[in-house]
Design a protein around this ligand. Structure first.
Ligand code: BG6
Ligand code: MG
Length: 219
């Protein structure tokens, strides 16, 4: 039995460089209720689903809205975001990640994607990389988002690989927590404070060898 049978990737900030688009659209939204949303606070929103992100933003700003208005604010943020990513291409993928996934696939690993975004399928479609994945789930498919482990557990189920045999790639604190709660090993890429709980941290996917990563993670 091989110890690692599958790689599961987060989407935003791991496969595609959309973090600044999410941040910029929340910033525009926050401006509409006179709040200056700063980049250092954006770390808290990474990996969180849309409504959770809005709730964090409102808590930071000290403001509150009705559930109905919050729904409208989420919709408004999403429209700004969709507009920003309308021209997304493979050039917006994180450097080296496409080759890394291809190499992992060629070496016989199953490939999954687990995202907190409701736009995940549309994003993969736009990048034309759907065919790389043996299983994918996003925020449309699960009730409890990251940091709950549900999305990772469900993807490992779909891949028919035990959680202990999955290696996750994540950039957010909440995502790493979700994967660890699922009993998986995690490679973190991002700000040191956010990825502190990962089993291994990397700076980029450029020239990264899947076999080497597995050897390091298993020693
Ligand atoms: C996560 C991002 O992947 O998806 C968050 O890290 C984002 O920043 C969340 O808020 C929800 O995305 P969406 O596309 O459903 O609004
Ligand atoms: Mg992410």
């Amino acid at each position: 039995m091989k110890i690692i049978e599958a790689f599961i990737f987060d989407l935003d900030g791991i496969i595609v460089d959309t973090t600044h688009h999410h941040y910029a659209s929340w910033k525009i939204l926050a401006k509409s209720f006179n709040y200056d949303f700063r980049e250092e606070d954006n770390e808290q929103l990474k990996g969180a689903n849309r409504m959770t992100s809005l709730n964090i933003l409102l808590a930071l700003s000290g403001q509150s809205f009705s559930e109905q208005d919050k729904g409208l604010l989420c919709e408004k943020k999403n429209n700004i975001y969709l507009d920003m990513i309308s021209n997304l291409t493979r050039g917006d993928m994180l450097p080296g990640v496409y080759e890394f996934i291809l190499n992992a696939k060629t070496s016989g690993l199953k490939i999954g994607m687990a995202s907190s975004s409701k736009n995940a399928r549309a994003t993969l479609n736009r990048l034309k990389i759907d065919e790389l994945f043996d299983a994918m789930l996003d925020a449309n498919d699960i009730l409890r988002g990251k940091p709950f482990p549900d999305v990772y557990l469900k993807v490992s189920d779909m891949l028919v690989v035990k959680p202990q045999q999955c290696l996750v790639f994540e950039d957010a604190f909440s995502g790493i927590k979700a994967a660890k709660e699922a009993g998986m090993r995690v490679v973190g890429m991002g700000q040191p404070a956010q990825v502190i709980q990962a089993d291994l941290t990397i700076d980029s996917f450029v020239d990264l060898d899947p076999t080497q990563i597995m050897n390091i993670i298993l020693t």
